[in-house]
Design a protein around this ligand. Structure first.
Ligand code: NAD
Ligand code: IPM
Ligand code: MN
Length: 353
């Protein structure tokens, strides 16, 4: 029996509602596989944990995570309890950084049965490869002075190493897909980092003569994702650009409630982390209507990462059919509860296996 140890952090808000239910789906997948077992280490690290302990995770928390095969996270953030900059730097960003999860992979594709806001969604299918360790999310800077003289400074940090590995990941992915990489840039303006990013993109591109490359300014790219999403295959972007593009990608799909993400450690020295694109959705907590598909599609990415592609495919098929059969939460225009969607998917997996 292949035992896989998963660190589970439901986090805040709807993370707490959705994650435990999706573990049932993971158990169903393991049961139909027969040769794999998921063992969960559940951690209550969240804003409520912070109020009790004065920190988002205990001192030995990171060491505990390091022992797992993967980290499965819901969402972090409850600004009514704890300011976001404390909860996010103390948990989400801390894990991404200390587990060296240097790229963030975020697919978006047309899913039949999900009403896209686009007039003609045209079967788009793209993946954003987001730099996940530096850029605009640097730790260089801070707030100085006070009152009218107060200044907030954050220097965008673009290292050759991080830019190169992100861009190379995007090219390698494009080799396995349709063979096109679009770089999100802003080199037309006054942003010093972007001509550098463009240069690295061009240099890495020369190693992949069979891949089509293009660069779009981030502002135009946002517009293109709405006007011609089917044009794109792999999009590579800096940390902040990638963040913004992927909420947009989610909206183009039809709901942020379905978008998945994978924070990948490329060296295998620490575990990768799987968390959906959406946040803790404070506005819908406790209503039983949180869409579990973003979390489940994220679980599919985790299955693929763990070498369980067969289970990943089974799960994705069940997700798509469930949506196609109209079992959808409110954000997708449906009437089903979170639990009903989960139950339906569980049943589907059992009958399809
Ligand atoms: P959000 O993604 O939580 O919510 C944006 C909108 O989308 C809300 O209207 C929400 O109800 C809806 N939504 C999100 N997920 C949904 C789902 N699964 N089903 C149905 N509707 C869904 O973004 P926000 O409101 O900007 O952030 C709320 C909190 O979450 C903040 O503290 C923020 O910092 C945090 N956040 C955390 C993560 C993360 O942990 N990865 C990601 C984004 C935001
Ligand atoms: C995401 C989130 C995070 C990010 C926030 C909560 C720090 O928006 O995962 O997309 O910007 O990376
Ligand atoms: Mn985001």
């Amino acid at each position: 029996m292949n035992k896989l140890n998963l660190s589970v952090i439901p986090g805040d808000g709807i993370g707490k509602e959705v994650v435990p239910l999706t573990l049932n789906v993971l158990d169903t997948l393991a049961s139909v596989h027969g040769g794999v077992k998921f063992e969960y280490e559940k951690y209550p690290w969240s804003c409520e944990y912070y109020l009790e302990h004065g920190e988002m995770m205990p001192k030995d928390g990171m060491a505990k995570l390091h022992q797992s095969d993967a980290i499965y996270l819901g969402a972090v953030g409850n600004p009514q309890l704890v300011p976001d900059h404390i909860s996010l730097w103390g948990l989400l960003i801390k894990i991404r950084r200390e587990c060296e999860q240097v790229v963030n992979i975020r697919p978006a594709q047309y899913i039949k049965g999900v009403k896209s806001p686009l007039a003609e969604p045209n079967d788009f299918d793209f993946v954003v490869v987001r730099e996940n360790s530096e850029g605009e999310y640097s730790e260089v800077g801070g707030r100085i002075h006070s009152g009218d003289d107060e200044i907030a400074i954050q220097n965008a940090v673009f290292t050759r190493k991080a830019s190169e590995r992100t861009i190379r990941y995007a090219f390698d992915l494009a080799v396995k897909r349709s063979g096109k990489v679009t770089s999100a840039t802003k080199s037309n303006g006054i942003v010093h980092s972007m001509p550098f990013w463009d240069q690295v993109f061009k240099e890495v591109g020369t190693e992949y003569p069979n891949i089509n490359i293009e660069s779009n300014h981030i502002d135009a790219l946002c517009a293109f994702l709405v006007s011609k999403p089917h044009h794109f295959d792999v999009i590579v972007a800096s940390n902040l650009f990638g963040d913004i593009l992927t909420d947009l990608g989610a909206a183009v799909m039809g709901s942020i409630g379905i978008a998945p993400a994978a924070n990948i450690n490329l060296n295998g020295n620490y575990p990768s982390m799987f968390e959906p694109v959406h946040g803790s959705a404070p506005d819908i907590i406790g209503q039983g209507i949180a869409n579990p598909i973003g979390q489940l599609w994220t679980a599919k990415m985790m299955m693929d990462h763990l070498g369980l592609e067969e289970l990943g495919s089974l799960l994705f098929k069940a997700i798509k059919e469930t949506i196609g059969e109209g079992i959808k939460t409110k954000d997708l225009g449906g009437l089903s509860t979170t639990e009903e969607v989960i139950d339906y998917i569980n049943a589907k997996i059992l009958t399809q296996a």
